[in-house]
Design a protein around this ligand. Structure first.
Ligand code: FAD
Ligand code: NAP
Length: 586
């Protein structure tokens, strides 16, 4: 923990977050000669892969694609053991990167950034930090609910656990010329306010904050609430060991088989020899990982040909399934063909037809909610001790001392696991009290995020966001989106330094245009038809706006590069004396 760092007012850049975004941003800016410091609520690097330690947690993008591309030696040295690596291996990778580039000396862990205030007179951000509770805490066994190490939006972290380093930094303020938010799109867990949570006398866990020491579920009666990716992975991993497993499903999900397996030495060597091509293809793709993208719309009169194509994609596995045809996300009939094919696979995998139907998504277009990648999920329902509860018709009413009451019935369990998702994309940003010119960012975004290119928001100078809302982010292989944003931000700050510029701000009219472009692209697709976290639909009271840029990663990068080379179109620059000056191209 680099608690000795004292940057005072002389910090060029503060980075909030030390997941894959913050780690790479710290490295690049430091390499470029900036004085930079990072903070994370977590006690270690890794972000998502530090927090989400639930059984079965693993990537849904192949690891040879979901990894940094910026350093050739790193690519050559690191060996991925499986096609889809599991959480412990990904966290080891993050730690390896931190060691390799000596990142920890400029990161304050267990420290939460509480507020950011723009100081117009000094043209700096004032950054207030507070100690965060030690993470990886065991769940409260007294029924008081889950201790939240990282703060649910709007709820302050519990007081520090008294470590010297935390105490030394308590209430500390820092100043910086620039702030980069690397706070993550899926980093604020959504804990539903289910009545009686505090009454439950058993153990209550959240997948997004799983105890570091693990949980032995063998021979126990377990309830899982939620069947998104986290729920599906957890359920599959724990089903065999539990005495009874009761799954509370409100909405079923589409899941494509992973066909996960160990990578052979020959396969790893072949990937290493081919990394340059693989990375270039990923960057040129719509999803940030090269798939065999279909080249035309689904043919209406060729069912045998379509079946062959979908069979092949299913056999290959993974999220590329939805890219079979160019109109899957715009034409309801084409989408339904892929959806029905996926439902037919569920019927093959689940013996009981009624259960298979209950597990079959029918209420939203395929891929309008994030699809899952599974390894034996549906087969779990053939086990006698696994029970599916339809929480859409028999809603969870409350937790009781002994379990869950739903649809008027009581279900006694020893353990409840919440796999209930995140306040996605904006949650981590708006839970920081960010103020500039008398306005808070939370107020500005009350009716949905407003950004220019997902990188900046007008009225908040020198504040940059990695994979912010209205950038492709969560619709892509995040590693590609993260690296692109970090490289772009580094290029921006370097250009400004070279040209004597100290202030950058998004122009309001450029932001208006970008918000419109985002809404138009999403509106022309089937994406907004799913009540998804992409829409904010999982958070009570959150404005329903489709948040990620839905035009594809390659299109986005092309647009940003175009604006950047057109003298940074849409941005306004000034020098230290406050004089507005053009930045020129970069
Ligand atoms: P994060 O990893 O979320 O890191 C953000 C960090 O910021 C956190 O450590 C958090 O503690 C810290 N932070 C936030 N606010 C503050 C604050 N105010 N003060 C201090 N620190 C703060 N994406 C893929 O592309 N492929 C996958 O297979 C994939 N699998 C996923 C599996 C799970 C279980 C989850 C939840 C997400 C997955 N994602 C996946 C998305 C994943 O979040 C990104 O791939 C990536 O890890 C994001 O990195 P990040 O650094 O931007 O954010
Ligand atoms: P999620 O997709 O939002 O799923 C949350 C689940 O909880 C949904 O099934 C939701 O039902 C249910 N739920 C929420 N509140 C409920 C309540 N009060 N009662 C009953 N059910 C409730 O969250 P997630 O599974 O954590 O995944 C979030 C994202 O993280 C993924 O989409 C993915 O991008 C990423 N992720 C990836 C992987 C991976 O495979 N690599 C693994 C985990 C997460 P409704 O659908 O009805 O709202």
């Amino acid at each position: 923990m680099s608690t000795e760092t004292d940057m005072g007012a002389e910090c060029d850049v503060i980075v909030v977050g030390a997941g894959f975004s913050g780690m790479y941003q710290l490295h690049r800016l430091r390499e470029a000669g900036f004085r930079v410091h990072a903070f994370d609520t977590a006690a270690e690097v890794g972000g998502t892969w530090y927090w989400n330690r639930y059984p079965g947690a693993r990537v849904d993008i192949e690891s040879t694609h979901y990894s940094y591309s910026f350093d050739e030696d790193l690519q050559q040295v690191w060996d991925w053991s499986e096609r889809y690596a599991a959480q412990p291996e990904i966290l080891s990778y993050a730690r390896h990167v931190a060691d390799r580039f000596d990142l920890r000396r400029d990161i304050s862990f267990s420290t939460r950034v509480e507020s950011l205030d723009w100081d117009e007179a000094n043209q700096t951000w004032t950054v207030r930090t507070a100690p965060a509770e030690a993470s990886g805490a065991s769940p409260a066994s007294d029924g008081a609910g889950i201790r939240d190490a990282r703060t649910v939006a709007g709820t302050p972290a519990e007081p520090a656990n008294g470590t010297a380093s935390c105490a030394a930094e308590a209430g500390r303020t820092w100043t910086a010329r620039f702030v980069v938010l690397a706070t993550g799109c899926l980093s604020v867990p959504q804990r539903p306010r289910i009545p009686g949570m505090e009454d439950f006398a058993g153990e209550l866990y959240s997948t997004a904050d799983w105890p570091h020491e693990g949980v032995d579920l063998s021979g126990r009666r377990v309830a899982v609430v939620g069947t998104g990716s986290s729920g599906i992975q957890t359920i599959t991993a724990i089903a065999e060991q539990t005495a009874e497993l009761r799954i509370f499903q409100r909405t079923p999900n589409f899941a494509i088989p992973a066909h996960n397996r160990t990578l052979t030495a020959e396969e790893r060597a072949a990937v290493k020899a081919d990394y340059a091509r693989i990375r270039a293809a990923d960057r040129a793709s719509g999803l940030g990982f090269a798939t065999h993208d279909g080249t035309g719309p689904l043919p209406a009169d060729a069912p045998a040909e379509v079946a062959r194509e979908l069979d092949e994609r299913w056999a290959r596995g993974g999220l590329g399934y939805s890219r079979a045809y160019t109109d899957v996300m715009t034409n309801p009939e084409a989408n339904e063909v892929l959806a029905e094919y996926a439902r037919a696979r569920i019927r093959e995998r689940v013996s009981d037809p009624e259960l298979a139907e209950l597990l079959s998504p029918r209420t939203y277009p395929l891929a309008s909610k994030r699809m899952c990648v599974d390894t034996g999920y549906f087969e779990v329902y053939d086990l006698d001790h696994v029970h599916l509860h339809d929480a859409s018709t028999h809603a969870i009413e409350r937790f009781t001392e002994t379990g869950v009451r739903a649809g008027g019935e009581d279900f006694d369990v020893d353990v409840i696991v919440l796999a209930t998702g995140f306040d996605a994309m904006t949650g981590a940003i708006t839970s920081i009290d960010i103020t500039a010119g008398g306005e808070t960012l939370a107020q500005k975004w009350a009716h949905g995020p407003r950004t220019y290119l997902g990188l900046m928001t007008a009225g908040f100078p020198n504040l940059l966001t990695i994979t912010g809302p209205q950038s492709p982010s969560v619709l892509t292989n995040m590693m590609v989106s993260i690296e692109y944003h970090v490289d772009w931000i580094t290029r921006l700050l370097t250009t400004m330094r070279e040209r004597g510029l100290t202030r950058v701000e998004a122009r309001a009219e450029a932001e208006d245009d970008w918000v419109r472009v985002n809404n138009d692209i999403a509106g022309a697709s089937l994406m907004p038809q799913g009540a998804s976290w992409y829409m904010g639909a999982n958070i009570p009271g959150k404005e329903r706006v489709f948040m990620p840029f839905a035009g594809g990663s390659h299109t986005y990068i092309g647009l940003v590069e175009g604006y950047t080379s057109a003298n940074h179109h849409g941005f306004r620059f000034a020098d230290e004396a406050g004089a507005q000056r053009p930045a020129g191209a970069a």
